[in-house]
Design a protein around this ligand. Structure first.
Ligand code: SIN
Length: 350
């Protein structure tokens, strides 16, 4: 009996201690635990970077590289936490999250910025850029400067342009050789009226939806196809639920890396210098690596799937360009004549 009582008292004591420790840990107002060997860690600043694509893409890798560089350059006192795959915010939510201070960096596709200013539509014009060199000339020149200036009225600050590459077409309905092959096809597109009108012009049924719902839309046949870069088609495995892929390079997909102006101005000069330097190095790396990443991932798609691939010939591309040309006239007033003319001066044969 005595030993039973001793045993019971020990159990009560044990449970009480465990509850106390749990309660203390959960609600303690003491300083959090830091590893003393990592000097200065308790003064560490943490920023959040949210994006919607996979990590093995030009944007995913650039965001991680930026985080690494910031950490190195600040001696570990600034940490950028990267949230890929829309795990924190979807593409429909991320601009608001930035403006509300819930996240400090985002890199939306420029096609998603038309709601801020219609000028962004210039980058969605069909065959706007016909190679990576033209993209860099445009974005590092007058076009890029003008577009970043348009963010100021929203108290947003453009930090850099990151590139992904050129969009291709995928479908389940049939092979796409000519613009007429898209007639009647339902296609998921990004939220851009310029893109929407291109597909309407060809008699397709575009549907604006978020990136992270695309696989589901394709898999459940709610749409027949979509347009995207190879890196997005590969990393999100769209090729597993699509039968046809056409290498059309008919549009550009790139990113505006942005932060909130109030956030930026409230940082010390030293922090801003570290962030600026890290962003510059990341952008150079992104420009040098995006094309190869897309090329390599096309080879992976060929190896890992039975999707039928058609590469548009030069003559076929010219046919697509001509069919889509009326979009330039339709949007010249909306986007602004100056911007459209600047773009046309960079346009080359496909
Ligand atoms: C992205 O590359 O950020 C997403 C593109 C898309 O929405 O299709």
């Amino acid at each position: 009996m005595k030993s039973l009582l001793t045993c019971l008292s020990l159990m009560v004591l044990g449970i009480g201690t465990a509850l106390f420790i749990g309660f203390h840990d959960r609600f303690s107002t003491e300083e959090p635990y830091y590893d003393d060997e990592q000097e200065g860690l308790k003064d560490q600043i943490v920023f959040k970077f949210s994006h919607v694509v996979a990590e093995n893409t030009p944007k995913g890798r650039a965001a991680n590289k930026f985080a690494d560089l910031v950490y190195q350059k600040s001696g570990g006192t600034i940490k950028v936490e990267v949230f890929p795959n829309g795990s924190l915010y979807s593409d429909n939510e991320e601009i608001n999250a930035l403006q509300n201070g819930d996240v400090q960096f985002i890199a939306p596709s420029t096609s998603k910025l038309g709601s801020l200013s219609p000028e962004w539509g210039v980058l969605d014009l069909p065959y706007a850029f016909t190679n990576y060199k033209a993209v860099q000339e445009g974005l590092n020149g007058k076009i890029g400067t003008r577009l970043f200036a348009s963010l100021e009225k929203h108290h947003l600050k453009g930090l850099a342009y990151w590139t992904n590459g050129f969009k291709q077409l995928t479908s389940n309905k049939g092979p796409i050789f000519t613009p007429d092959d898209l007639k009647g096809q339902a296609l998921r597109i990004m939220p851009s009226s310029v893109i929407e009108d291109q597909y309407r012009l060809l008699g397709a049924h575009p549907r604006q939806d978020s990136f992270n719902s695309t696989f589901q839309l394709l898999e459940s046949n709610l749409v027949d196809g979509e347009e995207n870069t190879i890196s997005n088609i590969y990393s999100k495995k769209f090729y597993n639920v699509q039968d046809y892929l056409t290498i059309s390079n008919h549009g550009y997909l790139g990113y505006a890396v942005m932060t909130d102006e109030h956030f930026w101005n409230s940082q010390t000069e030293k922090t801003r210098t570290i962030l600026t330097e890290a962003m510059r190095e990341t952008t150079e790396w992104n420009e040098a690596s995006a094309e190869k990443m897309n090329k390599d991932q096309l080879e992976e798609i060929k190896k890992n799937s039975s999707i039928h691939i058609h590469v548009l010939s030069k003559a076929e591309k010219n046919t697509w360009m001509k069919r889509l040309d009326p979009i330039y006239g339709q949007y010249e007033q909306v986007i602004g004549r100056g911007l459209v003319q600047d773009l046309l001066s960079l346009r080359r044969e496909p």
